[in-house]
Design a protein around this ligand. Structure first.
Ligand code: DGJ
Length: 808
């Protein structure tokens, strides 16, 4: 609910309040954003709260507003020359250069005379049911209303006018726009700049949102990394001064994800006040936090000003990306739950909300570029036999693409390599019982390609300057309408040429020279590229609304809400090593739900780390996302096929829970991690227990749970796993009647056909016991013997536990 009353603006969600009011007739002071507060209750009203008032009563306003009692030392007085008021010490919703607020500012624009001072003062407000993006075509993805269409969000616009006397006259307007997504405790904010003057302004810096908060006792939590180690969690105590993160490589980047949290100092996973911020945007972004000496904290999120000099001509509007804000008093898991719900209900395309995602086989790590029709069909045949549902043909099916030095842009089928048309291959794969999906990298162009020969000016480069490539390729200039039309046509023709139900949309290199041979000026390039990308994505996905698109950018280089608005899942990382995935998927889970994370079982030793892990652990970790397989299934041993077939059955039986359940990080120690997904009715849950390294002579693990009914009874069962004979090395001779040489033929033969059953464990306990005491699981193997109850847990080992309510 949003209320506007007597100059007080209150946005209320299920558990949070955002309260502002007009100050000194022209500023907007933020009085509170955080846990929901209730209004003053009139003693004569018999304790009744007027729900329409929510918070906008005089008593509460008087209590919350900041008192300016004494003149400030050498600070600048707010206009009106009341020296007791300085903007440098006010929690503001909008602040201007040249007014004595020396903190980081949300908007810096340059007039034709070079002047950068502005006076955007509050003028008016607008409140309506619905979304700003429904009345204005912003060209950008946005958070939509609930998929069932009932729960319409409300929007508030605060209108600020640049009050300028003199020859330039009036006509610059800034709108700060708020939408309340009450069900998931999310508020979105964005700024829109409108130029109704007759001169061009240049935007130097523009944020989507600014949030000023009282206090300085916060830490910032960010998710940072590189290729194959994306979104690792980092926590830093905020101190006086500025903390800044973001990206400048043209994408949201694997360096620093746009999602971050600002948490109160004593907050933990489950307790304490935590804020979460994200941007519905896929390009350069910046998050800046400034702790002022007056004891206030300012947070800015939005476009990165790097390389930005965006011209705003008379009559133009500049729409910033929509920023997401959430608050939870239930710790970081609380923030995650809000973000997960917001993404599934309001960000991903509604068609895919709760829709089951297929278990896929991707041929990339199975074959790389070295495939032909026979290999693909054999892979599909085996995959189908194991229960896989979708076959994905990755890179290498087009043009002269036999390696990664060439042919990007030549999106015509290499029929020689595929042994016929794409349509005939798709039919053959479908004949094996699988749906068909295909990889494409439509934002790229290789120097060695027919497309580049025909259109050298379509590549992003500065004519006359040495070209810097990444993975031997250049970027196609999506700021140009002719390029975009060409690519939309290419993708639509591809989709129309065969029965394709899935597309993996890759993007393997970041931007370097931000320069177009078309009309876009360099200072607008980064943003216009992203707008161009959204234009293409929107046209393609709305032409094929039922095709499942999976975003990818060398793995997770572009894991953000902008991509998710078109593509409900993203390839989380090129790193499929389960031990690394615990960091990557774990970090990603703070801001994004399991249904957005592509997670594959690949070969061991792993192709990125050479680490050896068991097939069961590779599955257990991948099962916490959208499951796929990416290895040569045709070379599997008999026992591995059996194991995979059981894994897929387990996943399918629990798919809704694993893909759409509420995800929590339950427990973390140096060595053990527990995650859990739980259904809405708290009747079914699955917990993953992961152990990083074996611990000698310390045999017990405790299984803790979360999110259950305290008083209900639950049956807890371990998913039965197989333990390979090889695990025991030459210890196997302690029980074998004949000597088995380690790594010898006999061991290999036994290992291919046989594996031991892992432990079976089952308990029936109350939810409270599970959550607050935990189950002391059977002892682990510690070198003193092995029996049916022993849990064999070496390095990188794991178990999945099904937790089911006993309903009488
Ligand atoms: C990078 C992706 O992340 C991989 O999964 C694979 O599709 C390769 N590109 C293909 O070139």
């Amino acid at each position: 609910m949003i209320t506007v009353k007597n100059g007080v603006f209150t946005i209320t969600t299920a558990n949070t309040s955002y309260v502002m009011h007009v100050r000194e007739g022209k500023y907007i002071e933020n009085m509170h954003y955080g846990r929901r507060i209730t209004p003053y209750i009139d003693p004569d009203a018999n304790g009744l709260i007027d729900p329409s008032a929510v918070i906008a009563d005089e008593q509460t306003e008087r209590a919350l507003e900041e008192k300016y009692t004494n003149p400030y030392g050498n600070s600048v007085a707010a206009a009106g020359n009341n020296w007791c008021v300085t903007l440098d010490d006010m929690c503001l919703e909008m602040s201007n250069p040249g007014t004595g607020d020396y903190r980081s500012l949300p908007l810096v624009i340059e007039g034709p005379d070079g002047c950068m001072s502005t006076r955007f003062y509050y003028k008016d407000s607008l409140l309506y049911e619905g979304l700003y993006s429904e009345k204005e075509r912003t060209g950008m993805p946005y958070a939509h209303g609930a998929s069932n269409g009932t729960d319409r969000p409300w929007t508030l616009e605060l209108i600020f006018e640049d009050v300028y006397e003199g020859e330039r006259g009036k006509g610059l307007e800034l709108r700060v726009i708020y939408t309340a997504f009450e069900d998931c405790d999310v508020i979105t904010k964005r700024m829109v700049l409108i130029n109704d003057t007759d001169v061009t302004y240049t935007i130097r810096d523009i944020s989507s949102m600014m949030l000023d908060m009282q206090g300085r006792d916060y830490s910032v939590v960010t998710f940072d990394g590189l290729w194959t180690r994306e979104r690792h969690i980092h926590t830093k105590k905020l101190e006086s001064g500025i903390y800044e993160t973001g990206s400048t490589n043209g994408t949201s980047s694997n360096f620093h994800n746009p999602f971050m949290m600002v948490i109160k100092d004593k907050a933990t996973e489950d307790h304490g006040g935590c804020y979460g911020f994200n941007l519905i945007y896929s390009g350069n972004h910046r998050e800046r936090i400034e702790v002022s000496e007056y004891g206030k904290t300012r947070i800015l999120c939005g476009l990165n000003p790097f390389g930005l000099a965006y011209p705003l001509a008379p009559g133009d509007r500049f729409y910033t990306p929509e920023a997401m804000l959430t608050y939870s008093h239930k710790g970081m898991n609380g923030v995650s739950h809000n973000c997960h719900r917001f993404i599934t209900d309001h960000v991903i395309p509604p068609y895919f909300r709760g829709r089951k995602r297929p278990v896929l086989i991707n041929n990339w790590e199975a074959t790389y570029f070295d495939f032909n029709r026979r290999k693909l069909i054999n892979l599909a045949k085996v995959a189908a036999g194991l229960g896989v549902e979708l076959f994905v043909l990755d890179d290498g099916w087009f043009g002269d693409r036999s390696n990664d030095t060439k042919a990007l842009g030549d999106w015509f089928v290499n029929e020689e390599k595929l042994g016929g048309s794409l349509d005939s291959l798709v039919k053959a794969i479908k004949n094996e019982g699988l749906d068909f999906g295909i990889w494409i990298e439509p934002e790229m162009i290789s120097e060695k390609s027919q497309l580049y020969e025909a259109h050298p000016d379509w590549a992003v480069k500065v004519a006359g300057k040495e070209i810097y490539t990444g993975r031997n390729q250049m970027i196609l200039d999506y700021t140009r309408a002719d390029v975009r039309d060409y690519i939309v046509d290419v993708i639509c023709k591809l989709l129309g040429s065969a029965d394709i139900s899935y597309i993996k949309w890759d993007m393997n290199r970041p931007v370097t020279d931000a320069y177009s041979a078309g009309e876009t000026v360099p200072g607008a390039f980064y943003h216009d590229y992203v707008l161009g990308l959204y234009d293409v994505m929107k046209r393609v996905t709305s032409a094929y609304p039922h095709v499942l698109f999976e975003g990818c950018s060398a793995g997770g280089n572009r894991f953000d809400l902008g991509i998710l608005a078109y593509m409900p899942q993203i390839w989380t990382s090129d790193d499929t090593d389960p031990n690394e995935r615990m960091y990557i998927q774990g970090g990603t889970s703070y801001g994004y739900p399991p249904s957005t994370m592509g997670a594959h079982v690949s070969a061991s030793p792993n192709h990125q780390t050479l680490r050896e892990t068991s097939l069961e652990t590779r599955f257990n970790v991948a099962a916490m996302g959208v499951l796929g397989y990416e290895l040569d299934l045709t070379r599997l041993s008999l026992i591995d096929r059996k194991i995979i077939s059981k894994q897929i059955s387990f996943y399918k039986e629990n798919r809704d829970l694993l893909q759409n359940g509420m995800f929590s990080r339950v427990y973390e120690s140096d060595n053990n991690t527990i995650w859990q997904v739980t259904d809405e009715r708290k009747e079914h849950a699955i917990a993953l227990l992961y152990k990083r390294t074996a611990e000698p002579n310390q045999s017990y693990d405790i299984l803790y749970a979360a999110d259950l009914d305290e008083d209900a009874l639950y049956r807890v069962r371990v998913r039965n796993i197989k333990v390979k004979v090889k695990t025991f090395g030459n210890l196997i001779n302690q029980i074998s009647p004949v000597y088995i040489k380690e790594d010898g033929i006999v061991q290999a033969l036994i290992g291919k056909a046989y594996a031991m059953d892992g432990e079976t464990e089952e308990y029936t306990v109350s939810g409270a016991t599970l959550m607050y005491a935990g189950i002391r699981l059977a002892g682990r193997f510690i070198g003193t013997g092995l029996n049916e109850g022993t849990r064999v847990m070496g390095d990188y080992s794991s178990r999945l536990y099904s937790i089911d309510k006993i309903v009488h």
